[in-house]
Design a protein around this ligand. Structure first.
Ligand code: FES
Length: 339
């Protein structure tokens, strides 16, 4: 039996390794060219201490000085002793370069660019090498802007198909933006684009309680990948509610896909809201206007938030000012760059 282990490094790089059930995470990583810092390799020095964010595993042999009971109970483990018994996500508290690894790079071709609305593109990239790409739902890639040396943009994967040769992104059409200009004027099917990834700590954790997802604009993208993953996993044991806020009616995209998720995930619901006072949409105002007490489950909720910085900061301030508690709070800001 072998398991997929995502190693998340301190600099946001994620690498996946295969662990065969008999070998430790350190040994499996080493076999695949990743040198997790270690010293004794016997569970005594704690050099390899890591935190296991999800998955099942045995802790192996170690001494209390290296790993206390409290640490073990909180999800810490020693990578030289830990043996996964399921797929796992493991946080390695060091930079990827220090482990002799880095993000993967892919040379892809444009399969399709579609204007989903006046303000949003859907970009689909294709490459045989993408069949080996793995990422956690919610993570992002850096995409090089063709013809613009040293310029890249970070975009969240907006779908999650198993071992496919394509990846998709939602890209905001920023007036004067380098990527927007490329997609509007020069992008052709078959054109080459380099992509690096995956990156990021904004990804779906194990679903242990109700989830509230808050999306602003193209901050919807990581949630689409998360929902794909939940569909593939056979649904959610807990309710999931998404509130998707946009500025104007024309900014609404992927609503049919969201409808599809309500059919595919029994306890998934969503609301869309529009800031523009002249909107025809029944829900007006900001995302925070549409959070209902029942969705906060008296604090027994995991909240995920993704959008442009002002939206993320406003929602965070709202939650703080209203003493909203949550079992966990994960957020990601994206910045639409021009230069
Ligand atoms: Fe010493 Fe793992 S390397 S405890």
């Amino acid at each position: 039996m072998s398991y997929n282990v995502a190693l998340n490094f301190e600099d946001g790089v994620t690498r996946f390794i295969n662990c065969n059930g008999f070998e430790s995470v350190v040994d499996a990583a080493y076999r695949q060219g990743i040198n997790i810092p270690m010293d004794c390799r016997e569970g005594a020095c704690a050099t390899c201490k890591c935190r296991v964010e999800s998955g099942d595993y045995s802790l192996g042999d170690y001494i209390e000085d290296a790993l206390s009971q409290d640490e073990a109970d909180s999800g810490y483990a020693l990578a030289c002793q830990m043996r996964p018994t399921s797929d796992c996500v493991v946080l390695i508290p060091t930079e990827s370069q220090a482990c002799g690894t880095k993000q993967e790079s892919f040379v892809t071709r444009i399969k399709q660019v579609r204007a989903l609305s006046g303000s949003t593109f859907a970009l689909e990239l294709q490459a045989e090498s993408l069949k080996s790409l793995e990422f956690l739902p919610g993570q992002y890639a850096n995409i090089h802007v063709p013809g613009e040396a040293h310029h890249h943009r970070a975009y969240s994967f907006s779908s999650m198909t198993a071992k496919g040769d394509t990846v998709t992104f939602l890209i905001r059409n920023v007036p004067g933006g380098l990527m927007s200009g490329f997609l509007s004027d020069r992008a052709e099917p078959g054109g080459e684009i380099e992509m690096k990834g995956p990156f990021g700590s904004f990804y779906l954790r194990p679903i242990a309680r109700p989830i509230l997802m808050l999306a602003g604009g193209t901050g919807l993208a990581p949630f689409l990948a998360m929902l794909d993953k939940i569909v593939a996993a056979g649904g959610s044991p807990h309710p999931i509610h998404l509130i998707y806020g946009v500025n104007t009616d024309r900014d609404i995209v992927e609503s049919e896909r969201l409808d599809g998720f309500t059919r595919a995930i029994r306890n998934f619901t969503f609301d869309i809201c529009v800031v523009d006072v002249n909107s025809d949409h029944p829900n007006k105002g900001y995302v925070t206007h549409h959070i209902k007490p029942a969705q906060l489950c008296e604090g027994d909720v995991d909240i995920y938030l993704c959008g442009p910085p002002p939206m993320v900061e406003a929602v965070s301030a709202y939650l703080r000012d209203n003493n909203v508690s949550a079992a966990s709070f994960h957020f990601e800001k994206f910045t639409p760059s021009i230069a």
